[in-house]
Design a protein around this ligand. Structure first.
Ligand code: UD1
Ligand code: CA
Length: 454
């Protein structure tokens, strides 16, 4: 079945107290609207129309990563019905139209599919929920046989209607053929002077078109965000769910309340993750990987048995089997560590390949470097890869030994098995198997006296 999806995102979000349009505020590292678009696209619609108002340019710019979106402007926010009217020119009216909200980020495709199925068989299907308190929501009014006849907004409701527990989430699937006619008949003759989308329910009911409500069991799925308190609450809910999925997949989490996943985290068997870690983008942890506390890992693959110690930052890197990293390591984009290699505390790497079993254990910067196998890079070694304009490469052959506090001025080659004496500044090739030292000769001035105070 094909459908149109209309996402309402015109609200200003005054209660966010922010210059960022509400729907661009992030949940798990992704704009709320992005979550809704992802869910919408999972339903394979033929149109996704986003109704924007405030901050439209910014919203369109940030959503440019999504293909095939249509945009409809709602210059003035005259109500949810008016908002859907703006999308009409962009949809195929003969198909089912599903209305979603850019500030209701956690709605699930499966829930929406149930609504679409109802609408496909000709009914107007509304998604409802039974919250602790129905205050503020439109109430689902049913006749004595349980058929939905209307949705009445709180401000228009009688006391008897206010007592109804089942309320409107706003999400609705409108069967094909009627949408233009129904939207055309909306009036703003109500307590708020708005064009209510919810009035479609009474119209359908009067015309003998079936109306059904599908009750959503999980309030978080249909929770909207109006302020930072609600955003934070949904963020925690999302993170707890993610932590639970990881536990069910076999990961050991030191504390499921202290992990944040902003993207996709894949775990193998016997992975353990200590507290306070943040995973961003696509991260894979293979079997037996152990992550120490307070690490930040983004778009990286970590092979089996590797160990990341506390406070390490890893970005766009690939870490080989049984390699060890940290504590306090910073691996930047293009870092590739081969199996059994080691990068220790206060070492920064960038666009660097470290061969099998090679080590840089302390206080180094290694950038734009090709390092062979079983190399030892002493404490304080720096690749001087940048002349202020261009970047240059350093290559270090297998089994080379770089003495502590050496500066390797790139472009430079250090040969296989070469040794560089500690404290050297090396700017020419260090030949293989030889000792190269580039530092001032040590001298001792005999009989030298310190000046004395008179
Ligand atoms: C709406 C429903 C109500 C439901 C509630 C659930 C109507 C008339 N009422 O009420 O039954 O219980 O949601 O939260 O539909 N928006 C626009 N343009 C507009 C107006 C709204 O894009 O002109 C967007 C808002 O940005 C928001 C959403 O639609 O994302 C809901 O609007 P809001 O004004 O919050 O509706 P409610 O009065 O809460
Ligand atoms: Ca609302």
């Amino acid at each position: 079945m094909t459908c149109n999806i209309i996402i309402l995102a015109a609200g200003k979000g005054s209660r966010m107290y922010s210059d960022t349009p509400k729907v661009l505020h992030k949940l798990a590292g992704k704009p709320m609207l992005g979550h809704v678009i992802d869910t919408a696209q999972a339903l394979s619609p033929q149109q996704v129309v986003v109704v924007y108002g405030h901050g439209g340019d910014q919203v369109q710019r940030e959503m440019a990563v999504y293909e095939g979106l249509d945009w409809a402007e709602q210059a003035e926010q005259l109500g949810t019905g008016h908002a859907v009217q703006q999308a009409l020119p962009k949809i195929v009216p003969a198909d089912v139209s599903l209305v979603l909200y850019g500030d209701v980020p956690l709605i699930k495709a499966q829930t929406l599919q149930a609504l679409l199925d109802q609408a496909a068989s000709g009914a107007l299907a509304v998604l409802s929920v039974e919250p602790e308190s129905p205050a503020g929501y439109g109430r689902i009014v049913k006749d004595s046989s349980g058929v939905v006849t209307a949705i009445v907004e709180e401000k228009d409701a009688s006391d008897a209607q206010k007592a109804i527990r089942e309320v409107n989430t706003g999400v609705m699937a409108i069967p094909g053929a009627h949408i233009e006619q129904w939207l055309g008949q909306l009036s703003n003759d109500n307590a708020q002077g708005e064009y209510y989308l919810t009035d479609l329910v009474a119209m359908a009911s009067e015309q003998g078109v079936g109306v059904t409500s599908v009750v959503c069991a999980d309030e978080n799925e249909v929770a909207g965000v109006n302020n930072k308190v609600q955003l934070a609450a949904l963020e925690r809910h999302y993170q707890r769910q993610t932590a639970q999925d990881l536990l069910l997949a076999g990961a050991t989490l030191a504390d499921p309340n202290r992990i944040d996943v902003r993207g996709q985290l894949q775990v193998g068997r016997d992975v353990s993750i200590d507290v306070g870690c943040v995973f961003e983008g696509n991260v894979t942890l293979a079997d037996g990987v152990r992550i120490g506390p307070y690490c930040q890992i983004r778009d990286s693959d970590i092979a089996s048995g590797a160990q990341i110690e506390a406070y390490s930052s890893i970005d766009r890197a690939s870490i080989g089997q049984a390699a060890t990293v940290g504590p306090y390591a910073r691996l930047r984009e293009g870092t590739v560590l081969a199996e059994n290699s080691k990068v220790g505390n206060f070492v920064e790497t960038k666009k660097t390949h470290l061969g099998k079993g090679s080590k840089a254990n302390h206080l180094s910067y290694i950038g734009d470097a090709e390092v062979g196998e079983a190399v030892n890079i002493g404490a304080g070694t720096i690749t001087c890869n940048y002349d202020g304009v261009n970047k240059f490469k350093t290559t270090i052959g297998d089994r080379a030994f770089i003495g502590s506090n050496s500066s390797l001025v790139a472009p430079i080659d250090i040969g296989e098995g070469a040794t560089v004496g500690a404290g050297s500044t090396v700017s020419k090739e260090a030949p293989e198997q030889q000792l190269t030292i580039g530092r001032a000769k040590q001298v001792t001035i005999r009989n030298w006296k310190r000046p004395e105070k008179k």
